[in-house]
Ligand binder design. Structure first.
Ligand code: ATP
Ligand code: MG
Length: 334
């Protein structure tokens, strides 16, 4: 029996942090044995809000691929490729754009929140939002479907994109009287969202509140030492009332593969500073194999490029297969 197809990816907007690692990378590594897995570096999507900073996007293509490989994504099992190298995704995006109304895109909750966050780029009321940014969920539907993916491991913020993809697939099948694509399903990770070390709701590349996978053990320890907690003295897991310390307990529990409510019992009577040093040394120990592998990969960027080139060839074959079905269904197979 052939394996189900899985597609996932990262935007090359910065190196990955432990929020990405526990939130999605671990999951995709665990699934690569059971699925025909595609991993995409979403450079075209990154350009929708970084079109004026192409150097940043280019620099981070190798970074995010390297972080994933260091974490265990195995090029023998998964196909790694760069979005812009598959022109069929752009072609499919154009066809799908007829099936989605502008109002639906404006109502997408993730798109709405991101437009509000990017007021410098898109204006205070979003009045300067570009056609490309507003349409990125359509392009994401093309990413997911060009390999005819069934499973898409993502974080919570991506659920509206998967829903949009399902709507496009259903409409495409109805209008063009065909059945080319599976209805894709989101696969959420078991780990909830990791907060920033500064108490912000999201650990983020852009807020300087993250522990990067590539940080040194010393940088990691220093960041944990200065992480926001509170003025209480006992350690408990209570994310609503005590978000800072609970986030550290959550990270600690993920390293030890236990539930935060359980692991907190081992921390009774431990001071904040003793807990923080224990967390730093355990996190560093947990990340050591990944960091060693990353150092090894950093010395051979050509190897990463070769992997991405091999992935491009495989993804292109799949893309052409899908597009011949699509063009026939749309009666443009002249
Ligand atoms: P950007 O700001 O450029 O969008 P990002 O940090 O949101 O960057 P993405 O490349 O958009 O990263 O997302 C990669 C994956 O990591 C997604 O599935 C997302 O849901 C997940 N993710 C991102 N931040 C966190 C976090 N703090 N905790 C858990 N999962 C996260
Ligand atoms: Mg994002």
């Amino acid at each position: 029996m052939s394996k189900k197809v899985l597609l996932t990816g990262d935007r090359p907007t910065g190196p990955l942090h432990i929020g990405h690692y526990f939130g999605s990378v671990q999951n995709r590594v665990a699934m690569q044995d059971d699925y025909d897995s595609y991993y995409m570096v979403a450079d075209v999507q990154a350009l929708t809000d970084n079109f004026n900073n192409p150097e940043k996007v280019r620099e981070n293509v190798i970074e995010v691929a390297m972080d994933n490989m260091a974490a265990g994504l195995d090029p023998k099992k998964a196909t790694l490729f760069i979005q812009s190298q598959i022109p069929q995704i752009a072609e499919l995006t154009v066809f799908y754009s007829n099936l989605v109304t502008v109002n639906t895109l404006k109502r997408n909750p993730t798109v709405k929140a991101e437009i509000a966050e990017k007021s410098e780029l898109f204006g205070r009321e979003g009045e300067s939002v570009t056609y490309g940014f507003l349409g990125y969920p359509v392009s994401q539907a093309a990413d997911i479907t060009f390999v005819r993916s069934e499973v898409v491991p993502v974080g919570e913020d991506q659920l509206p994109m998967i829903e949009q993809t399902r709507e496009i697939v259903e409409k495409f099948h109805r209008i063009y009287n065909c059945s080319i694509f599976p209805l894709p399903q989101a696969k959420l990770s078991d780990s909830p969202r990791i907060m920033g070390l500064d108490g912000n709701a999201k650990m983020s590349k852009s807020l300087n509140n993250a522990i990067y996978l590539k940080d040194s053990p010393e940088e990691t320890a220093e960041k944990i030492k200065t992480a926001t907690t509170d003025s209480e003295t006992t350690i408990s897991y209570d994310p609503q009332r005590r978000p800072g310390i609970s986030n550290l307990v959550l990270i600690y529990s993920l390293i030890h593969n236990k539930k935060p409510g359980d692991i907190v019992k081992d921390l009774q009577g431990v001071t904040y500073s003793a807990f923080k040093s224990r967390l730093a040394s355990d996190l560093n120990a947990h990340l050591t194999p990944l960091r060693n592998k990353r150092h090894e990969l950093e010395s051979k960027p050509h190897y990463i490029k070769e992997i991405l080139e091999m992935g491009r060839e495989k993804a292109l074959k799949k893309a052409e297969e899908t597009m011949s079905l699509v063009r026939a269904a749309m009666k443009i197979n002249y």
